[in-house]
Design a protein around this ligand. Structure first.
Ligand code: HEM
Length: 208
């Protein structure tokens, strides 16, 4: 079902806010991850692990879910469709994959943050780092971003079938309307011809 232009603009605004916000939040997470991994100062490393958990649960997870949801709304509410164009399908798969990995990783991050809260300076080094997943996630998000901006051509088999079906319906509609065209044209000409008389009689009535 196609959205009206105002609703489409609003939905796109929410979609862009969520998706671009997600990318920014992952960049912040990576900066904290680097601080947790390399900082010599135990307090900095501990604070970084705690902030990573907080950012993950309260910013990254909601933005990821919002991006997936609004992306699906944008696809279904516009002529793009969810399964008609390869770029939408790839965006859906990559975003779903990134969200899935994120949700699976979050409990591990919570455990690491809990250990960081209680660990002394020597034990903090044993926590390792959490840089691989967010780095790969950031690359995936940027790929989806580029894909959605450029919207490369390419229609799925389902998309082509839908397109042909829509064309066939349009042809049937035109064929059904064709016999009525001369009648419509005649009615229009009659209306145009009567206009001066209408005006004259209206003026005469006004003066009387
Ligand atoms: C990290 C994930 C995503 C990012 C960064 C992202 C980014 C964007 C951007 C920047 C646009 C605006 C492009 C433009 O119209 O000029 C856009 C539009 C769009 N996105 Fe996404 N998107 C993401 C996920 C998704 C997903 C998962 C879907 C669908 C399943 C999706 C479907 C769409 C559609 C259909 C539009 C076009 C809207 C329109 O023409 O009004 N996006 N996205």
């Amino acid at each position: 079902m196609a959205m009206v232009p105002r609703l489409r603009k609003f939905a796109l605004t929410v979609h862009l806010t969520a998706s671009v916000g997600w990318i920014g939040a992952v960049a912040v997470y990576l900066a904290l991850g680097v601080a947790a991994a390399i900082s010599e100062d135990a307090r900095t490393a501990r604070a970084a692990w705690i902030a990573m958990e907080l950012t993950g649960w309260s910013v990254i997870v909601p933005l990821a879910l919002a991006t997936l949801l609004t992306g699906i709304v944008m696809a279904l509410g516009t002529p793009w469709g969810l399964f008609r164009h390869y770029w939408v399908l790839i965006a859906l798969v990559l975003t779903a994959l990134a969200t899935g990995v994120l949700l699976l990783r979050m409990p591990t991050l919570s455990r690491l943050a809990d250990r960081a809260r209680e660990a002394d300076a020597a034990d903090l080094g044993e926590l390792g780092n959490d840089l691989v997943h967010p780095s790969a996630g950031l690359v995936v998000l940027l790929v989806v971003m580029v894909l959605n901006m450029y919207k490369p051509r390419g229609t799925t088999r389902y998309g082509r079938r839908k397109h042909l079906a829509a064309q066939a319906v349009e042809q049937v509609r035109c064929a059904a309307a064709a016999p009525l065209a001369p009648i419509r044209r005649g009615a229009w000409h009659l209306w145009r011809c009567c206009q001066p008389f209408h005006r004259l009689s209206a003026r005469a009535w006004w003066r009387s």
